[in-house]
Design a protein around this ligand. Structure first.
Ligand code: 3MF
Ligand code: MG
Length: 434
């Protein structure tokens, strides 16, 4: 136990009418939705890095958070873990996620990093056994240390590739040891600052080999979690190779990995790529690679990755609609890749940010479930394509050629008439469920 969150009660569901800030208004973990507990639909996870490693600094200002666990020693790392698991106990969310660099202080060598990671993995294992909090996914930080400034897997220096590959091995081992249900790779430095010094073909080949090694090693150690790529178009790179879902799918197909790897889709990254969150989710589902989500929101005026907690139920509803339509999460879940604003200094800010985010997601998922259960939106969508199931349409698509089709259009004097897409009516329908 730590006293950092002293005086903050365990958060319970008290319903939508209460005025207790330290209570869930919409997130009742045991509520049954579409035959499944709400907790098992949402599978909430806390991001260790944003909540316990971040010091509140931004590109124009330094640390603002004064956490007693900030420091360079393993004792600080263990104090951080104690605080983290105290918060997990208070929130009651089932999962957390971490990078190696979040849980252990940076060493001078790979060997030191490995030893420290193992010591902290063992420590976390004890905390997990004591609290029941599980690991949604582990990952390696292949972007903060200066050695990775020109990339990790795509680095022009083979020694950096090797250091990164060795680091991922240790992080997969740690994820396996902690029963992690997924392993994530966000290639924050896998891209370029300028094309002038970049060999795109070589870097793509390196990235493909790296991911193939990851998949092969995961199989070798019997890791039965899901390997996930996290798309992002840029920031910190000018251009990041895993730009968006479509780009990642093309990459996976190139290396025969489309059946081995799925995606961890982040709301803010989708927006940065010029898509909506629900677009990326729907596309990933249609391609069979929807794995998990990093839930947050961007500031629509600033244009960069602000990693704020979600607070827009209609937006979140459309996202969970795609997740539910795809059959819901299997190994994936809802990881709050979201951080406090740097002026939100107090322990209760960490708690209330997650309480609000969890409630927004619960309200959104329940609205989405109502819409899915009614079936009216799917009915309207299917009706729009009904003509493809009738008459010669199936054969036209399956066996037609431009010549046979041209003969048919001429013979039958086909002269297509437009039909309304009914967008506004469907937007009205969606709002009925909020
Ligand atoms: C950056 C991110 C990352 C990834 C994390 C796990 C630091 O925009 O979203 O958060 O989520 O590295 O892959
Ligand atoms: Mg993320």
């Amino acid at each position: 136990m730590t006293d950092y969150f002293a005086g903050i009660p365990k958060i319970a569901y008290e319903g939508p009418d209460g005025d207790n800030d330290f209570a869930f208004r919409h997130y009742d973990p045991d509520e049954t939705i579409l035959g499944k507990r709400l907790e098992d639909h949402l599978r909430f996870s806390v991001a260790y890095w944003h909540s316990f490693a971040s010091d509140g600094g931004d590109p124009f200002g330094g640390q603002t958070f004064l956490r007693p666990w900030f420091g360079p020693t393993m004792d600080h790392a263990k104090m951080k873990a104690n605080a983290a698991f105290e918060m997990f106990r208070i929130l009651g969310q089932p999962y957390f996620c971490f990078h190696d660099a979040d849980i252990r202080p940076e060493g001078d060598t790979f060997a030191e990093n490995t030893n420290r990671l193992k010591e902290m993995t063992d420590y976390l294992q004890g905390k997990m056994e004591a609290t029941g909090t599980k690991l949604l996914w582990g990952t390696a930080n292949l972007f903060s240390h200066r050695r990775y400034m020109a990339g990790a897997a795509t680095n022009p220096d083979p020694d950096v590739f090797a250091f990164a590959a060795a680091t991922v091995k240790t992080c997969l081992d740690a994820t396996q040891q902690l029963g992690g249900e997924n392993y994530v790779l966000w290639g924050g430095r896998e891209g370029y600052e300028t094309l002038l010094n970049t060999d795109l073909k070589r870097e793509r080949q390196q990235a493909g080999r790296f991911l193939t090694m990851v998949v092969d090693y995961a199989k070798k150690i019997g890791f039965d979690g899901t390997i996930l790529i996290e798309p992002k178009p840029q920031e910190p790179t000018k251009h990041q190779y895993d730009y968006d879902v479509a780009t990642v799918y093309g990459f996976l197909k190139d290396f025969g990995l489309e059946g081995e790897v799925k995606v961890n889709i982040e709301q803010g990254h989708a927006i940065l790529a010029g898509h909506s969150f629900e677009h990326e989710l729907a596309l990933a589902a249609s391609l069979g690679i929807l794995g998990s989500i990093d839930m947050n929101r961007n500031d629509y005026q600033s244009g960069w990755d602000t990693d704020q907690f979600p607070n827009n139920v209609p937006e979140v509803m459309l996202a969970y609609y795609e997740v539910l339509k795809a059959g819901g999460f299997t190994t994936g879940g809802t990881n709050f890749d979201a951080k406090l604003r740097r002026q939100s200094l107090d322990p209760q800010d960490l708690i209330l940010a997650h309480v609000g985010g969890m409630d927004v997601c619960a309200a959104g998922l329940k609205a989405a479930a109502r819409m899915l259960e009614d079936g009216m939106l799917e009915e309207a969508r299917q009706a729009r394509y009904a003509a493809w199931e009738a008459g010669d349409a199936p054969a036209l698509l399956a066996q037609g050629t431009l010549e046979t089709i041209a003969d048919c259009v001429l013979r039958d004097n086909i002269n297509p008439q437009p039909h309304s897409g009914r967008q506004e009516a469907l937007e009205n329908l969606v709002n009925r469920y909020l």
